[in-house]
Ligand binder design. Structure first.
Ligand code: ADP
Ligand code: MG
Length: 238
């Protein structure tokens, strides 16, 4: 069970409140996409779920357990960022296995996990290469591979494709959809790309200025946006 539940979640940085009471349930195995303009709080919400930011008020539950004060490494989540800093002096295999080695997982088990992730991401022929010998898309696949080997119950993606060119973005979008099917995990995915949101999401959450404007299935938001703001973001012609 890996549902994610936010109840009355708020976040302030000093006097500035940036998340202003968010209630949201992400069901087990659901693919939920957060969209909204720059600065509306998408990354802050993800970082609170990941445990990289404290929660100022409200509750976070993952798999039915309150997680507000639980260490990031014990939340069963893995996060993939927009800027994927791979270790330049380590091979693809070493980059992907690093978190497990750090956690003292036995070598054979690390190899098994890395090989499985490499198969899913078509990285098998590249396992002995260094990051500088990879294309942008291949590097981003390694970053996703690093998350997969940890076998998280929940994946958090923060604009993972926004540094890639248009053609590669389309390709990776298909890869991520396939990944969701194959791994059967819960995914929370941030993007400002409407096409990405429409094609990947089971549910889209539209954020504005720290609050949820509307949440629902892509076509429902497209056909019946709650207001002009949502219409503008989801791209329906109304
Ligand atoms: P988004 O990811 O939607 O672009 P963010 O979650 O990064 O938005 O930021 C939401 C708001 O919180 C912005 O106004 C941003 O400047 C502010 N913010 C984010 N992180 C910090 C921080 N560590 N300290 C102060 N303000 C922050
Ligand atoms: Mg952001």
């Amino acid at each position: 069970m890996s549902s994610v539940k936010l109840s009355g979640v708020r976040k302030s940085f000093g006097a500035l409140e940036v998340i202003k009471g968010v209630d949201l349930t992400v069901e087990d195995k659901e693919f939920v996409v957060f969209v909204g303009p720059s600065g509306c709080g998408k990354s802050t919400l993800l970082r609170m779920i990941a445990g990289l930011e404290t929660i100022s008020a409200g509750d976070l539950e993952i798999g039915g357990t309150r997680m507000n004060d639980v260490d990031p490494s014990r939340r069963g989540i893995a996060m993939v960022f927009q800027t994927y800093a791979l270790y330049p002096h380590m091979t693809v295999r070493e980059n992907m296995g690093f978190a497990l080695r750090f956690a003292r997982v036995p070598k054979e088990e690390i190899n098994r996990q890395v090989n499985a992730a490499a198969r899913i991401l078509a990285l098998e022929p590249l396992l002995d290469r260094l990051p500088r010998q990879l294309s942008g898309g291949q590097r981003q696949r390694v970053a996703i591979g690093r998350a997969i080997v940890r076998q998280p119950e929940v994946f958090l993606f923060d604009e993972p494709l926004s540094n890639l060119d248009a053609e590669l973005r389309v390709h990776m979008r298909i890869e991520i959809a396939r990944l969701h099917k194959e791994l059967q995990t819960t995914i929370i995915y941030v993007t400002h790309d409407q096409v990405e949101a429409m094609t990947l999401a089971d549910k889209i959450v539209v954020l504005r200025d720290g609050v949820i404007e509307q949440a629902g299935m892509p076509l429902d938001l497209y056909d019946d946006p709650a207001n002009q703001f949502v219409a503008g973001f989801i791209g329906s012609p109304k």
